[in-house]
Design a protein around this ligand. Structure first.
Ligand code: FMN
Length: 324
């Protein structure tokens, strides 16, 4: 019997995988099954400002199944946000228990909740009982050590979570060092929920290593690897690392992203800010990508920026491996 194709999920990346980026991405590239939106922080006000939900409005999204994500450490605020998201048509909300940034951790949000299983227990107890949406969680191994996730697992197992997404690094690691596949394996063996793997999927070879080692894990989330190589989900699904018409497709995607940002942002600087971030990832597989990035960083006008990129892409090549 042939194996089920993997379910590939776009990682939430705040400021980067915006609705505009995600919608353009899904138009130009195949292979993704689901998107997770970057986190929305809960608010304690009685009414939720419509602006907060702009990124997940179904009418402006790509049409792929979308899971909104919430950042919260307060059950009532969390439930209020879930009700608003349910009214938009969502049936699942992901809880961010992984954000590693110090200023978030200090407020006992994101990964800052991982050392506090009792707090998570209290919040999940209320939210799972009163929320109209199913809850999934996205975690790291802990703030300092994987023992924190080990202590959290009995709490997570008490609730009917739809999924646990694990990025097997600690928060103090940020994105440094290697992912701890041993800790991921241990967590999988202890969790009663479906698990999704997330972290450092940059190429087909690593994906295949993961698939072989974790045959029960049918769900994989891709972030930076997919931003650098937007063909990666197509490659994973087909098993063929060759990419046809890479530069023409990157150009069409790029032009679409710029146009979308220009249509919603006022002035050159905000658009350029977004596009500079775009190239921090996108330059990796392009011949002379670093050189382009330096030039792009100096652009002050969108018109100049477009000329620089157009000229560069006219004779750029897509490389089979990224520049280290
Ligand atoms: C700029 C940036 C923004 C991110 N924003 C979020 C976010 O809003 N929610 C979240 O759960 N993770 C966020 N992450 C973490 C990613 O979703 C993902 O877990 C991480 O990049 C590891 O996966 P990767 O190795 O495939 O990139 C962010 C990461 C980066 C680099």
């Amino acid at each position: 019997m042939s194996r089920q194709p993997p379910v590939l999920i776009f990682a939430p990346m705040r400021g980067v995988t915006t609705v505009h980026y995600r919608t353009a991405f899904a138009k130009h590239f195949q292979g993704l099954d689901i998107e997770m939106a970057p986190f929305i922080s809960t608010v304690s006000a009685g009414r939720i400002n419509a602006k907060l939900l702009k990124d997940v409005l179904p009418e402006s999204n790509s049409g792929l199944p979308l899971i909104p994500q919430v950042m919260s450490n307060n059950a009532d605020d969390f439930i209020q946000m879930n009700i608003a998201l349910h009214e938009l048509g969502y049936n699942e909300v992901n809880w961010n228990l992984g954000c590693p940034h110090k200023q978030i951790r200090r407020k006992q949000r994101g990964s800052g909740l991982l050392p506090h299983p009792q707090m998570v227990d209290g919040i999940l107890g209320k939210v799972c009982a009163e929320s109209p949406c199913r809850i999934s969680v996205k975690v790291r191994l802990g703030v300092e050590s994987s023992e924190e996730l080990t202590a959290m697992i009995p709490v997570l197992n008490r609730y009917p979570l739809s999924e646990v997404v694990i990025h097997p690094r600690t928060a103090v690691q940020m994105y440094e060092g290697t992912v701890d596949l041993g800790a991921f394996e241990t967590a999988c063996s202890q969790l009663d929920h479906p698990v999704c793997y997330n972290g450092d999927i940059f190429d087909l070879a690593f994906f295949q290593t993961l698939e072989k080692r974790f045959p029960e894990t049918g769900r994989f989330m891709l972030g930076r690897g997919l931003l650098s190589n937007p063909f990666l989900c197509e490659i994973i699904k087909s098993g063929n690392p060759q990419v046809e018409n890479a530069i023409a497709r990157i150009k069409a995607f790029h032009d679409d992203v710029v146009a979308r940002y220009e249509s919603v942002m006022h002035g050159d600087q905000p658009v350029l800010g977004k596009m500079k971030e775009f190239w921090t990832y996108q330059m990796a597989y392009l011949s002379n990508g670093q050189k382009l990035f330096k030039k792009v960083k100096k652009a002050h006008r969108v018109s100049t920026y477009k000329d620089i990129v157009g000229e560069f892409l006219a004779d750029a090549e897509w490389k089979p491996t990224p520049t280290p």
